[in-house]
Design a protein around this ligand. Structure first.
Ligand code: HMG
Ligand code: MG
Length: 323
């Protein structure tokens, strides 16, 4: 069993999580959530989206959020941007703009249409000026490819489709070392062998360490997939506090891999994350209180049942990770 010494985690809960809530979470609660996440030790927080508020009203307050959150040094704050309009909104924030721009496309034509009203080719075309603008501003880019294993409308997606999209994205001048190729298992169907097959297909095009794996935990397989991926060299993962999440345009997709579950596993296996489990639990309790319900993450549930304290203290002192 070969595991990386260290894993980098982006918490996407404020974006991928809150975009999927039935109601709009009040701005104050979002700001508090992002601020708490930024103090957990995660490398990056995807804080909001500059998408059309007609499409995702839950995140229509992206400007106000970026104007109000704390920006502790050492933490990257990213935001989803679908087109030039979104990029201009983000850049108009001046010094309060995101540190990183997340663009998105898919390996499924139907998902691309449902999510962005555009073909895959059109989404990549739309991304071109955003990539150029980000490069001019010196900002790194994350590019999500959704449905890398399956699509809620088309079913299984052939790994070669993902390869074709990665190839097309590389033609935009994205740098596999400086930018972030983010593979989205949007609906949470994958088992470890699917992830291995996908990375086998991408071999010689992009290295596992140059990708981020974005897992949803709909069927309870996300942690198994993350563990398998770590063994063949993936060191960057997206996860969401408490397992919040989904996608309004992916019916049936449940929450992301819970950040606590990933951190807990890493700690037990002596793989550093730099993340404080206790602080994550504080952030999770705050947002659960706002939402008025518990969160699906397993560690979050276990800690809530135990009343906090003893188990998390044991977890904090396990492994060599700092918090
Ligand atoms: P459209 O309707 O085809 O285009 O939307 P449009 O240009 O006609 O825009 C519609 C309206 O929105 C217009 O307003 C535009 O001005 C406005 P109107 O003229 O009717 O008053 N508009 C905007 N407003 C603010 N900011 C903007 C913007 N753009 C247009 N940036 C569009 C096309 C791409 C805009 C739309 O489809 C969209 O915003 N889609 C985003 C959907 C989304 O956010 N989905 C969830 C995120 S993806 C995800 O969750 C997967 C991921 O987690 C990875 C994984 O799990 O796989 C990333
Ligand atoms: Mg997602």
């Amino acid at each position: 069993m070969t595991l990386p010494h260290r894993v980098r985690i982006t918490d996407v809960g404020p974006r991928d999580g809150l975009q999927n809530e039935a109601g709009v979470v009040p701005l104050e609660a979002k700001v508090a959530f992002v601020n708490q996440l930024a103090r957990t030790g995660v490398a990056e927080v995807e804080a909001s989206s500059f998408v059309s508020p007609k499409w995702v009203p839950q995140l229509g307050d992206a400007e106000a959020l970026f104007q109000r959150i704390d920006r502790p040094s050492g933490v990257i704050f990213s935001a989803l941007v679908p087109n030039e309009r979104g990029f201009d909104r983000a850049m108009a924030l001046g010094e309060q703009r995101p540190d990183k721009i997340s663009i998105f496309t898919a390996a499924s034509e139907t998902f691309s249409q449902r999510n962005t009203n555009a073909t895959i080719a059109e989404t990549i075309e739309r991304c071109a000026p955003v990539v150029a603008g980000a490069q001019q501003a010196g900002l790194p880019v994350r590019v999500y490819i959704s449905c890398v294993v399956a699509c809620p409308y088309e079913g299984a997606i052939a790994p070669v489709k993902v390869r074709e999209v990665v190839e097309r994205l590389m033609q935009l001048g994205l740098d596999p070392d400086g930018d972030d190729f983010d593979l989205g298992e949007t609906i949470g169907v994958a088992a470890p062998n699917d992830i291995e097959t996908l990375y086998d297909e991408l071999e010689d095009l992009i290295e596992p360490r140059q990708t981020t794996l974005h897992l949803h935990d709909t069927r309870g397989t996300a942690l198994a997939c993350a563990y398998a991926a770590m063994q063949f060299g993936v060191v960057r993962f997206d996860a969401s506090c408490g397992g919040l999440g989904g996608c309004p345009y992916a019916p049936g997709a449940a929450g992301n891999l819970a950040t606590e579950d990933l951190v807990y596993l890493c700690r037990r296996m002596h793989c550093e994350t730099g993340v404080s489990l206790d602080r994550l639990l504080v952030a999770g309790r705050q947002i659960a209180g706002t939402l008025g319900r518990s969160l699906p993450g397993r560690v979050f549930g276990a800690e809530s049942a135990a009343g906090g304290g003893s188990i998390s203290v044991a977890a904090e002192s396990t492994g060599r990770g700092s918090s």
